[in-house]
Ligand binder design. Structure first.
Ligand code: ATR
Length: 274
């Protein structure tokens, strides 16, 4: 039996077991995927114990996406550039590889929802400069975004992130209070802040100057239709919800551990949201 799981603390909230167990059963694979709570104190020992038990790898969530990098023998390009690992794979040669699939999950979600979507030669704006923003910024620049505006409440964080990512493309940091003035220049708006999430404040933004052919993506998926997305729809824009990113980022890990590239179905989306 092939073993995998997701490590973190707390881990109860994780949707990853729902996704992977759905695929294990759908593809009739003799495997297991568990939520594993790991304590900070003997972190390394617990990780090595998983490999001793025969784990093929695992997903990594809060708060260990950076800490896990210390025990990886090698990193994928994405993980190195983003500075975080969300997928660990024990390779055939015994080496432990850290990967980051959040960036590809973000891009695949948009590509799968909008036919013939091209990122290159268009300007985009991302709101936020936290952990999730790092993967989206890297992804947008790698896809050839012409100019990427980053706006974050704490401007200094956006400036630091822009410095780190500048080798991948053209970035301009803009004031949080001035972001609406740049909307007319963009074809893609991404919310990577926690604003709009159930229980959090709303994201206050006036979209009237956003071109009608611009796309709006929220990586928040609780609720699925955030106020930002509802506003965008009313404004005549196409929208992409955040649930697909969560599911798409799970695909490469599943394929690496269990040997099957799984498909996303509406049934799975519903299951994850329920
Ligand atoms: P994640 O890993 O999900 O990205 P995070 O690293 O804590 O979480 O980042 C949260 C993001 O939401 C940050 O960009 C944060 O802005 P700050 O850097 O200024 O903290 C943003 N955010 C959270 N609450 C916010 C609020 N009330 N107004 C504006 N931005 C907010």
């Amino acid at each position: 039996m092939i073993k995998s799981g997701v490590i973190g603390n707390p881990i109860k909230h994780s949707k990853s077991p729902v996704i992977h167990n759905y695929w294990l059963s759908k593809y009739n694979i003799n495997g297991s995927y568990k939520a594993i709570e790991i304590n900070n104190n003997d972190f390394e020992e617990q990780i090595y114990n998983l490999f001793k038990k025969g784990y093929a790898g695992f997903n990594v969530t809060i708060p260990y996406k950076i800490k896990i990098m210390d025990i990886c023998d090698c990193l994928s390009d994405d993980a190195r550039a983003i500075g975080a690992v969300n997928t660990v794979v024990k390779m055939k040669n015994g080496k432990i590889e850290g990967r980051n699939t959040d960036s590809s999950g973000f891009i695949e979600n948009i590509k799968n929802n909008i036919d013939n979507y091209y990122f290159d030669n268009n300007n985009a704006m991302i709101l936020g400069a936290g952990g999730a923003a790092r993967a989206c910024i890297y992804a947008l620049l790698k896809e050839g975004t012409k100019k990427l505006y980053i706006s974050n409440r704490t401007k200094e964080k956006a400036e630091n992130l822009a410095k780190e990512m500048k080798e991948y493309g053209n970035i301009e940091v803009i004031d949080w209070n001035n972001k609406e003035n740049y909307l007319k220049d963009i074809k893609l708006l991404v919310n990577s802040t926690s604003l709009g999430m159930t229980g959090k404040e709303e994201l206050k933004i006036n979209l009237s100057s956003l071109p009608k052919d611009a796309l709006v993506n929220d990586i928040v998926y609780t609720p699925l239709n955030t106020q930002l997305l509802c506003k965008a729809k009313k404004n005549g824009n196409k929208i992409v919800t955040g649930i697909g990113m969560l599911i798409h980022q799970a695909i490469p890990g599943f394929e690496a551990w269990f040997g099957v590239k799984p498909k996303i179905t509406q049934e799975l989306e519903k299951l994850v949201l329920s």
